[in-house]
Design a protein around this ligand. Structure first.
Ligand SMILES: [Zn+2]
Length: 262
């Protein structure tokens, strides 16, 4: 346990990041500390996974292992297949943010690539949110829904079917890199199990080239693409998703591939 003042960057439950000086640090529980916060002029609790960076106030020396510094037990690593090499605390630090974003974008493209056409990807994105009744799983808000990593990336979770939960942006920000067990109630976790399984099945779609070539219109409608959009895709050369309705326009499907990860 350090006796020195620290300067930390702290991300609060709403995702707002502030720089704070903290003194007289005491462990609160295995993943939280209590300390005097100069910004708030009061003692506050700080959840360690929300501390993005920390350095000694006097020397400016950056603290690599926060858990050791606070005298807290090392957090358990739940998954072995981490995407990036975690540091000694089993976590990935702020400086990896760019690589983390790159990985996220690659996984997002991979997730939607199976649909081949952007319009199909969109229809399936809607089906995904429909599984969650078009609501945030945590608070039931219908605003600004995102696909949240159930097991966070930082713990080796990927943007893959079976690991995606519909959350509003506020709940997504407060979940951050928390383990599901630290964010959801046991009852919520139980309900999620079924939804995640249904989601796995939903994304099992294999693009059926034969059906596509035989009857593009029927196939797109079957996949849930809106009839108006199907018409645009097949008959309106001006439309951004136009591929035409005949075999001769076969080549355009490859062009659309790059657009499918939105
Ligand atoms: Zn919410």
């Amino acid at each position: 346990m350090t006796e020195q003042d620290l300067i930390i960057q702290y991300k609060d439950g709403e995702g707002k990041i502030t720089e704070r000086r903290i003194s007289d640090i005491q462990p609160e529980h295995s993943r939280a500390i209590e300390a005097f916060c100069h910004l708030r002029n009061a003692r506050r609790s700080f959840y360690v996974p929300r501390i993005l960076t920390a350095a000694y106030a006097d020397s400016g020396e950056v603290i690599a292992d926060l858990y050791a510094c606070f005298g807290l037990p090392e957090p358990e690593q739940k998954k072995q297949s981490a995407i990036f090499e975690p540091d000694a605390t089993g976590r990935i630090r702020g400086h990896s943010a760019e690589a983390y974003k790159g990985q996220r974008n690659r996984e997002k493209r991979a997730l939607f690539r199976r649909f081949l056409l952007r319009a199909i990807a969109r229809a399936y994105k809607e089906k995904f949110f429909a599984l969650f009744d078009g609501k945030c799983f945590k608070c039931a808000s219908t605003r600004e829904l995102v696909m949240d990593h159930h097991v966070p990336m930082i713990k080796g979770g990927h943007l893959v079917p079976g690991n995606l939960v519909s959350l509003c942006s506020i709940c997504n920000n407060s979940k951050l890199d928390l383990d599901p067990e630290d964010f959801y109630t046991p009852e919520e976790l139980e309900r999620l199990k079924l939804l995640l399984e249904q989601e796995r099945q939903l994304f099992e779609l294999q693009f059926d080239r034969e059906r596509w070539e035989n009857d593009r219109e029927a196939y797109l409608l079957d996949l849930g693409v809106q009839p108006d959009l199907v018409h645009e895709i097949l008959y309106n050369p001006e439309h951004i998703d136009y591929v035409g309705f005949s075999r001769s326009s076969h080549a355009t499907i490859h062009v659309s591939l790059n657009l499918s990860g939105e």
